[in-house]
Design a protein around this ligand. Structure first.
Ligand SMILES: Cc1cc2nc3c(=O)[nH]c(=O)nc-3n(C[C@H](O)[C@H](O)[C@H](O)COP(=O)(O)OP(=O)(O)OC[C@H]3O[C@@H](n4cnc5c(N)ncnc54)[C@H](O)[C@@H]3O)c2cc1C
Length: 379
């Protein structure tokens, strides 16, 4: 046992890393974040926060702001791609608050990032710090960055996403696999629909492809859609690559007129490869742990990737609360043991792409989870 207050570092200022910094702050831990990007731009994409994610936002003081900036839809519908037949519907507004204790909100991704940034001091994030190496030794964990700088801390959390360098340091090289599907995605002004009616939040299920759309703010003046579209030979994961609107529209020919109207109004689109990963054998090693996509990469078909990262952050902060240096290893193991079964199930259901498709789907196990109160595993 030692009295030294341990030092931590987080790799990656994505949704998981930022939420973790805010959750750790809550238990008195100031952890710097090292982020490879020089700055963040406004990536055009939507993001859904189900009640399980929103409960964590409440715990870090962001629920009010999230309610201000998010769209709170009445109802989600699963529809047949061509006939618009409703195969499942799920009432969200009010019902989620009542049943799960928090709302189900939809956002522009950049608004979520901005809100999370505001929850942590500016000095916490070190930009332009691409991690290239990690060594665990007697004196701590030494991080090496592409700019030649090095930092040694007592413990590290890798929230560095799908192609995690921290994961590679723990488990060796093992890249996520391409799902064979691309996502076309766009955010654009609702005004471009010229008054054409669309659902507020639906997923249209075709035989081998789907499209999801929703509004991204309470004004309903911006709409977002994202697809999963077969394209076996495409491998580019870049979030900034432009897609071809003609190719997109051709891929959704035959879909219901609502979708034709949506795609006809869309002025520009991005396209990127959707990947998946099998559950990992372990997430922690000594005083290094993984969080978020770094340890449970999944395709976005259940809208639970960010939510899972956010849950990880809350649980990890509980495990580290008041833990001395020599307790970190056990705390990391407790975190992994508390989280792994759940994220493995979410990964598996995400890959199967069946969640909420048919009436009778049970969403309670997903949305009812509370990362602040779920029992911590004993290790
Ligand atoms: C189209 C799409 C839609 C989605 N929709 C939803 C949704 O509606 N709801 C939901 O819950 N989830 C959704 N997801 C999933 C969600 O976006 C991810 O699961 C989530 O962003 C993961 O967060 P993260 O912090 O683990 O990783 P990321 O957000 O990927 O963040 C990783 C960060 O680490 C940084 N980084 C990477 N490597 C290094 C390095 N070597 N050194 C330093 N920094 C590094 C990156 O620059 C990045 O900032 C969606 C995903 C996609 C692709």
């Amino acid at each position: 046992m030692t009295d030294k207050k341990p030092s931590f570092a987080i790799i990656g200022a994505g949704i998981g890393g930022l939420t973790l910094a805010a959750c750790l702050k809550r238990v008195g831990i100031d952890a710097p974040i090292y982020e490879q990007a020089a700055a963040f731009g406004r990536v055009g994409a939507g993001l859904q926060f189900s009640p399980n994610a929103m409960k964590v936002m409440r715990g870090i003081g962001l629920e009010g702001k999230m309610r201000e900036i998010g769209y709170d839809p009445e109802i989600f519908r699963s529809r047949q791609w061509d006939t618009a037949e409703v195969t499942n519907q799920f009432r969200k507004k009010g019902v989620c608050d009542e049943k799960y204790g928090a709302p189900y909100l939809m956002f522009h991704r950049a608004d979520v990032h901005a809100t999370l940034f505001a929850a942590i001091p500016d000095t916490v994030i070190h930009y332009g710090k691409k991690l290239v190496g990690l060594d665990q030794g007697a004196k701590g964990v030494t991080l090496s960055f592409a700019d030649g700088s090095r930092v040694t801390v007592d413990a590290v959390i890798g929230a560095d996403g799908v192609h995690s360098v921290v994961r590679e340091a723990l488990l060796g090289p093992d890249n996520p696999r391409y799902t064979g599907r691309v996502g076309f995605r766009a955010t654009f002004p609702t005004a471009l629909l010229n008054g054409a009616e669309i659902d507020e939040n639906s997923k249209w299920w075709g035989p081998d492809r789907h499209i999801v759309h929703y509004f991204t703010n309470p004004r309903r003046d911006e709409v977002y859609f994202v697809t999963a579209t077969p394209d076996p030979d495409f491998k580019i994961e870049s979030w900034s690559m432009e897609g071809d609107l003609k190719e997109l529209r051709a891929a959704y020919e035959g879909f219901h007129p609502q979708i034709q109207r949506l795609l006809a109004a869309c002025p520009a689109v991005h396209k990127w490869a959707l990947v998946q990963h099998d559950p990992l054998s372990h997430w922690t090693d000594g005083r290094v742990a993984l969080l978020g996509d770094a340890c449970h990469t999944m395709p976005p078909w259940m809208a639970q990737g960010a939510a899972s990262s956010i849950e990880d952050a809350a649980v990890l902060s509980r495990c580290l609360d008041d833990v001395p240096l020599d307790g970190i290893e056990t705390a990391f193991k407790r975190y992994e043991a508390t989280r792994k079964d759940r994220t493995t199930k979410i990964q598996t259901v995400s890959v199967s792409n069946t969640f909420q498709r048919e009436s009778g789907t049970d969403p309670d196990w997903v949305y009812g989870y509370d990362a602040w109160t779920t029992p911590l595993a004993s290790v």
